[in-house]
Design a protein around this ligand. Structure first.
Ligand SMILES: Nc1ncnc2c1ncn2[C@@H]1O[C@H](COP(=O)(O)OP(=O)(O)OP(=O)(O)O)[C@@H](O)[C@H]1O
Ligand SMILES: [Mg+2]
Length: 323
């Protein structure tokens, strides 16, 4: 406490005014993010039993990111994806994607959102494509649903062709889904999801039904879409290979984001590149932090911990009053 305006616990009016202005001028949470989830809650009630699938989840995703979401089964990953896809509505909290408020949209806005703002790739390959249409027709369909006959059939066919070529599927444009392998179907599904040039591409375990080599190819297709079209991509995955290839992996635990791994490329003096990964814990807006279980168990920390503010870090000690 070295400020001159503060003496023995009293704060001058001037100081209070300065703080209020500071708070008012601070940018709002997630103001520059493409996806902003703020204390999202989703409660399902079945036969009187409540399941809190999301329990105040915070997540920010910047435009142009390619990131992975991981977490144990039942942690809330699909619940979050369905909300971001506009298929489900949260119980409480706030969620904005590309300027669209996911809690306030009416039916018409929601339909437009699903057709134009987000693209979706599901785990079940069969769920992504219509079986009686060829790959090219599947890709053209969302464009037709968006603006009917406007814009010309030929133009749509050309865009479908370009997208399939970008994903190395040009040679298979005239095949129907049953004539394609699982990995090829998923690559067509990515083209379908990109047809209307969405701001965000969401994928819920898109490589879950594939072997690792095929999964790798499908992931490469997502990467290409991200690099060439600049589409922001969020992929839910159990696949360690996928999770370790993106710059940012966010872990969800019990309906909240719990930790995050960031990776960056470092070049040493001989010019050799290596990927350096670092794990971070999430600090929520109320200041809550989840300590990793292996850390707390190693030091037998339970119930209470002692905190100390140091120059550039905060120390956490086991409670020495216990026992
Ligand atoms: N429609 C629903 N009705 C009732 N409970 C649901 C519903 N959808 C999800 N849940 C519950 O919400 C919790 C989170 O489910 P969610 O499907 O989001 O998990 P997940 O992280 O995607 O798991 P997985 O890795 O197995 O796909 C679970 O306890 C699940 O049983
Ligand atoms: Mg799921």
């Amino acid at each position: 406490m070295t400020t001159t305006s503060q003496t023995a616990g009293t704060t001058t009016l001037e100081e209070l005014e300065r703080r209020a202005t500071e708070r008012r001028d601070r940018p709002s949470y997630g103001h520059d993010a493409l996806i902003a989830c703020d204390r999202l809650v989703r409660i399902f009630t079945t036969d009187g039993v409540e399941v809190q699938a999301l329990q105040g989840l915070d997540l920010l995703v910047t435009e142009g990111e390619l990131m992975a979401l991981v977490g144990a089964s039942g942690s809330g990953k699909s619940t979050l994806m369905n909300i971001l896809a506009g298929l489900d509505v949260p119980t409480a909290g706030a969620a904005k994607v590309a300027g669209c408020d996911l809690l306030a949209m009416d039916g018409k806005a929601r339909l437009r959102y699903r057709r134009e703002v987000v693209g979706f790739v599901w785990q079940q390959t069969a769920r992504n494509l219509l079986p009686y249409l060829t790959a090219a027709q599947n890709v053209a369909l969302p464009m037709q649903l968006k603006d009917g006959r406007k814009g010309g059939t030929r133009q749509k066919a050309r865009r479908a062709e370009e997208l399939l070529a970008m994903l190395d599927m040009a040679d298979h444009a005239d095949r129907r889904p049953h004539q394609l392998s699982g990995g090829q179907q998923q690559r067509v599904a990515i083209a379908v999801a990109l047809a209307n040039n969405p701001s965000v591409l969401l994928a819920d375990e898109p490589t879950g039904e594939l072997d690792s080599a095929t999964g790798e190819q499908v992931f490469a297709a997502f990467r290409r879409a991200n690099e060439e079209l600049g589409t922001t991509i969020v992929i839910v995955t159990h696949d360690q290979a996928v999770a370790s290839e993106v710059r940012r992996t966010v872990a969800i635990r019990d309906g909240r984001t719990s930790s995050e791994v960031l990776r960056r490329t470092e070049v040493d003096e001989t010019g050799r590149e290596s990927l350096v990964a670092r794990e971070y814990a999430m600090l929520d807006r109320a200041g809550r932090l989840q300590l990793p279980a292996d850390y707390t168990e190693a030091l037998d920390m339970r119930h209470r911990v002692a905190l100390e503010l140091e120059q550039d870090h905060i120390g956490v000690w086991p409670d020495d009053k216990e026992g």
